[in-house]
Design a protein around this ligand. Structure first.
Ligand code: SF4
Length: 482
């Protein structure tokens, strides 16, 4: 049986995937190997995912961002799903989770894997629910069949809610919002109905064997994460975390890569201690957090409430941030929501990298600031996290080409432009220091993943067309580099 990235790393082998992520992160391949061997980083790379451009998730590397996509009962078809994949990759998602719960689940998953240069994640229990009349009818064998099939289809990582145990359920009784994870609530219902332990926990070593065969990475789900500030840091959350620590070590014993999911809704002052506790309990396995939202009072703006928490989580050592869109708690996100969510999270990830002094991370900020002070509007737009947004906002009031070299914009106007005034004053007294050496981004030690344009993935292996269910698809939009 072929070895996993973890097994190769432990054996001292630097794999082609490790070499590639080392190049993307501008790190020594041997350092990547050590981080993977010690379980401090993961390279999610299913052997069946042919179009993948490998990436790394770990505390010592650039903070990554995941985007959730997927259909529901009422939306959407295969072409629409590929369009969502393209949108997510285009706006800088480092990984994409297909959370489809509607129809054509296999076709959509296969198409996403075939077209995605970034790792694809899934939550297999969603498909299990679709395959039975009622969640109580889910069986251990059904779960294993679905997990094995998805592994064969090339899914790179799967959320497995194996840490929710029967004995944890009473600990949620005093909560304001109960169990808010979909997987957690389904499994709690199953355990209460059957009076038996979580089947994902019972079958965990069988799942490890499947993951080892295909090199699927665990994303250990936090089914008891808090759904509001009042429930943050309660006994249920931390009892599950202890089980996730145990499962992390079991997966490592089977040579399987692991990352651990985290909350949710957490007051700002508790975020760092959450990250530190996870690191301790799970022996440094990468932490993948959803937000967290730092306040519950802003539905419609939860990409902001959560990006604030995500920045703090990244600063404290979280390795990957799962984006939240403005539609969180309110409805299914559309394309524009995906864009807003990803922008908020790219900002959070980059701010954390700057604060953590990731080598070269601030070069991007410095280069943009230089362009701003030089009134080099075109370069400022090119360097912007969302160039299309920056250009369009500027051009709303000053659209002409002549304004692309203007020493002002419409915010302060020519008379009150402070940067123009500052430059004139310095020139007038002869002490103006001109900017002679602009930051050379090409020579920056920062990772490709941390420099504009975001979403710079190698799409060489993404096919021009694929055949799914006897139908050939050639969606141009499936390529994520334009
Ligand atoms: S007008 Fe104001 S906002 Fe615009 S470039 Fe000058 S200082 Fe900056």
């Amino acid at each position: 049986m072929a070895s996993t990235q973890l097994q190769h790393a432990r054996a001292g082998t630097v794999t082609p995937a490790m070499k590639r992520v080392a190049a993307r992160e501008n790190r020594d391949p041997e350092f990547v190997r050590e981080q993977v061997a010690e379980g401090q980083a993961v390279v999610p790379a299913n052997r069946n995912h042919d179009s993948l451009d490998p990436m790394v998730i770990g505390r010592e590397f650039a903070t990554k961002v995941n985007a959730n996509i997927g259909n529901s009962e009422t939306t959407s078809d295969l072409t629409e799903e590929l369009e969502k994949l393209h949108t997510a990759v285009h706006y800088g998602a480092d990984t994409v989770m297909d959370l489809s719960t509607g129809s054509n689940l296999d076709e959509i998953r296969e198409a996403n894997v075939a077209y995605s240069p970034v790792p694809i994640g899934t939550v297999p229990i969603y498909e299990a629910v679709k395959r039975v009349d009622s969640p109580e009818d889910i069986t251990r064998d059904l779960l294993l069949d679905i997990i094995e099939k998805q592994a064969e289809q090339g899914v790179d990582y799967m959320t497995i809610h194996a840490g929710v145990l029967m004995e944890h359920l009473p600990l949620t009784d005093g909560r304001k919002t109960g169990i808010v994870s979909r997987g957690g609530s389904i499994l709690a219902q199953w355990m209460e109905e059957h009076g038996e332990q979580n089947p994902l926990y019972v079958a965990f070593e069988d799942i490890c064997d499947i993951f080892a065969e295909h090199d699927v990475t665990f994303s250990l789900g936090d089914g008891l994460r808090p759904g509001c500030l009042a429930d943050a840091g309660d006994d249920a959350q931390f009892a599950e975390l202890d089980t996730l620590g145990e499962l992390t070590r079991t997966a490592w014993d089977h040579g399987v890569q692991v990352m651990v999911e985290g909350p949710g809704h957490v007051p700002m002052d508790q975020i760092a201690e959450n990250v530190e506790r996870q690191r301790e309990v799970c022996d440094g396995a990468p932490f993948y957090v959803l937000g967290p939202l730092v306040t519950d009072v802003a539905p419609g703006y939860d990409h902001i409430t959560s990006a604030i928490g995500a920045t703090e989580a990244g600063r404290a050592g979280a390795a990957m941030l799962c984006y939240v869109t403005p539609k969180e708690h309110l409805g299914l996100p559309d394309r524009e929501d995906v864009r807003e969510g990803l922008a908020a999270y790219r900002i959070a990830a980059h701010a954390a990298d700057v604060a953590n002094d990731l080598p070269g991370a601030r070069d991007w900020d410095d280069a943009l600031s230089e362009a701003r002070y030089e009134f080099d509007w075109a370069r400022q737009f090119d360097l912007a996290l969302d160039p299309e947004r920056a250009r369009s906002y500027h051009d709303q009031t000053l659209p002409g080409d002549n304004y692309k070299e203007a020493r002002f914009c419409s915010m302060c106007g020519v008379e009150f432009c402070s940067m123009r005034i500052d430059q004139d004053a310095r020139e007038a007294d002869g002490e103006m220091e001109t900017i002679e050496s602009a930051t050379d981004l090409d020579a920056s030690p920062a990772a490709d993943a941390n420099l504009p344009p975001v979403g710079a993935h190698d799409t060489d292996r993404v096919p021009d067309e694929i055949e799914i269910g006897g139908v050939t698809f050639t969606p141009e939009s499936a390529h994520g580099d334009d």
